[in-house]
Design a protein around this ligand. Structure first.
Ligand code: AVI
Length: 328
């Protein structure tokens, strides 16, 4: 797969193994607190399981954010205005993206995604729903500055980053991404970003450990993926899904907990886990008004408006690239 800059997006060895995946797993499982970066949760099976998560009753973020997009269209139109190129970081949701596009009458739509297949499917879907809207899909890693298509060069941009995916990054990575988005979008850009809110722990716990066990499958799929792609022998059934609230960092953490002492191999290397030891697989940070503003400001964005759903569970924040200095 190649990016819009002609660079290889997935670097595979002679046997077709994704080198970055292998390096992250071998390194992460050698740490005192075993951990694997959350991006590896999303192979085809993981992406499908995440789609399933968005429909389970306990997982409120997707419904809460959709509610805001459905109800606040007139306000988006007034505050954002028509004629912008909407640049979506990720290939776009078949539900959320049309709600935004219908509300603000953009001049173009530019979905950015590292997965060409998702990107093309989303772009085709959009082209049917909005036959007069120019759509420019760009296959790219949006964690780095992306060269946008010529066709949108002179248009003011609106970045769209829904879903609270920013919450899956630690603060340093989130700030790097926000700054990179600013470089990609240019000086007069605006950003509409979803950020999930801190709330009652029991609600959070249930959202990340649902009764039907879909999130547990999503989490365990990472171990299955390691076995499949890296020649691993992890006894997946001996790892239990756990969602824990970390109050110091205001985040839900997903872990895989060893149910007994374990020994296994990955890519020819031996690993052990003592009973109760965990592999940390994901962070999902939650925000309040101040912490979300601080993160955005650190990333070069000034919040100008925020919306929440009626139950106050989720926020959608409009920010602008210009920094307003309150002191010289
Ligand atoms: C993609 N991301 C915003 C989801 C979240 O809520 O942090 C991923 C997820 N992990 C478990 N459930 C959902």
């Amino acid at each position: 797969m190649t990016s819009n800059t002609g660079l290889q997006l997935v670097d595979r060895d002679e046997e077709g193994v994704d080198r970055a995946f292998r390096a992250d797993v071998l390194e992460g499982l050698s740490e005192a607190q075993k951990a694997v970066p959350a991006r590896w949760l999303y192979d085809d099976a993981g992406s499908q399981l995440f789609e399933d998560i968005t429909r389970i009753p306990e997982y409120y973020p997707t419904r809460a954010e959709t509610e805001i997009l459905e109800r606040r269209g007139e306000e988006f139109a007034r505050l954002i205005g028509p004629g912008r190129a909407v640049v979506e970081f990720g290939s776009g949701s078949s539900v959320k993206t049309p709600l935004l596009l219908r509300a603000i009458e953009p001049a173009a739509y530019v979905p950015l995604d590292i997965s060409g297949d998702f990107l093309r499917a989303a772009a085709d879907d959009l082209a049917i729903k909005f036959p007069h809207l120019p759509v420019y899909p760009v296959e790219a890693d949006f964690m780095r500055k992306v060269a946008l298509p010529e066709g949108v060069a002179d248009m003011p941009k609106l970045g769209f980053f829904p879903g609270s995916t920013i919450g899956n990054m630690v603060a340093r990575t989130a700030v790097d991404l926000l700054r990179t988005m600013r470089e990609t979008l240019g000086e007069s850009a605006r950003l509409l970003i979803g950020m999930d809110l801190i709330k009652d722990q029991s609600v959070l716990q249930a959202a990340y450990d649902d009764a039907a066990g879909v999130t547990a499958q999503f989490n365990r799929n990472l171990a299955r993926r390691i076995n499949r792609e890296l020649g691993g022998t992890i006894p997946v059934d001996d790892l239990q899904h756990e969602a824990r609230w970390n109050d110091d960092f205001a985040r839900i953490e997903m872990h895989l907990v060893a149910q007994k002492d374990l020994e296994f191999e990955i890519a020819g290397r031996g690993f052990t886990m003592a009973k109760g030891e965990t592999i940390h697989t994901e962070n999902s940070h939650k925000f309040d008004q101040r912490s979300s503003a601080t993160l955005l400001l650190a990333g070069g964005w000034t919040p100008v408006h925020r919306w929440t759903d009626d139950a106050g569970r989720f926020s959608l924040i409009l920010a602008e690239a210009s920094i307003k200095r309150s002191a010289p």
